[in-house]
Design a protein around this ligand. Structure first.
Ligand SMILES: [Zn+2]
Length: 187
């Protein structure tokens, strides 16, 4: 199974189709759901939590770029109609469109459409990582024992963060943000 392709295997044989998709998934932090909750106590044993997490395989988790903890929201804070977001959806949409347009220009001749479609050779060709950013990336790989796959995915996410910020190259703060989305794996 490669990025941009999906294979279907049946008794009659195996077929590969082109596919572009985004996987979004959610899971509880533990079987009871209260692990890390400031108000309610988690009743699960460490063994139960480990068993629960082991159901999601490492290679699958490795392919999910952004891991985010979503804490429980208190009922009185659920008054969504009074809530004023710091950045409106319309403003975010504009930033995303701008980032997509940077990417389609960047990859015009490479036959790909977005940062996530980059193969390793594209990363070498198109990503401009400054010295400090590269150092941070190297440190993270050594400290957390990250796989080569995670390393390259981190660069791609960093490039997207840089594009969203309107920066031309990958800087240390972009790598730092990309690493944040991987922290859950290391817990
Ligand atoms: Zn629990």
């Amino acid at each position: 199974l490669e990025d941009g392709k999906v294979s279907v295997t049946r008794a009659a044989g195996s077929v590969t189709f082109p596919a572009e998709f985004m996987l979004v998934a959610a899971a509880n932090p533990c079987p009871c759901g209260y692990l890390g909750d400031p108000k309610r106590e988690c009743k699960c044993s460490p063994r139960m939590i480990m068993k629960y997490h082991s159901k999601l395989s490492g290679p699958l988790m490795d392919r999910i770029d952004l891991h985010i903890s979503v804490p429980m929201i208190e009922p009185d804070k659920l008054a969504i109609f009074e809530h004023k977001p710091s950045e409106s959806s319309e403003a975010i949409r504009k930033r995303v469109m701008a980032a997509r347009s940077i990417q389609s220009k960047r990859f015009k001749k490479a036959g790909i459409f977005s940062n996530s479609g980059m193969k390793n050779k594209h990363i070498k060709e198109f990503c401009n990582i400054d010295k400090e950013a590269f150092l941070l990336l190297k440190q993270a790989v050594n400290n957390y024992g990250l796989s080569a796959r995670t390393y390259f995915r981190l660069i791609k996410v960093s490039q997207t963060i840089a594009d969203l910020a309107g920066d031309t190259g990958i800087k240390q703060n972009h790598v730092a943000e990309a690493l944040q989305y991987r922290i859950r794996e290391q817990e």
